[in-house]
Ligand binder design. Sequence first.
Ligand SMILES: [Zn+2]
Length: 105
Amino acid sequence: MQRILSSPNPLEVSELKQRLEGAGIACLTRNETLGSFIGVVPLTEGVPELWIEDDAKMADALRVKQNWKAEDSVAGSPWVCPVCGQTSEAQFTSCWKCGASKPGA
Ligand SMILES: [Zn+2]
């Protein structure tokens, strides 16, 4: 069994878990804090972790993880305003120059 991810964000862990299971890779979480344990367990201990059950699947799992990260960065790309052509950073949902909405947002 090998650890593929540890993240203070339990949502991130469960997201990757879904991806891996979708790819047929058995995995399990440890120290998952989703639910009623939030606020009870100190944040400094028990960072959520994701483990691959079958070591032979580790290479596949890493590929899934890379694709997942790549998609993340695409979603975080700057976008170009269709009205005035100004480029805005990904976190803005409307054009900082003319106020037009981000396409698809
Ligand atoms: Zn604009």
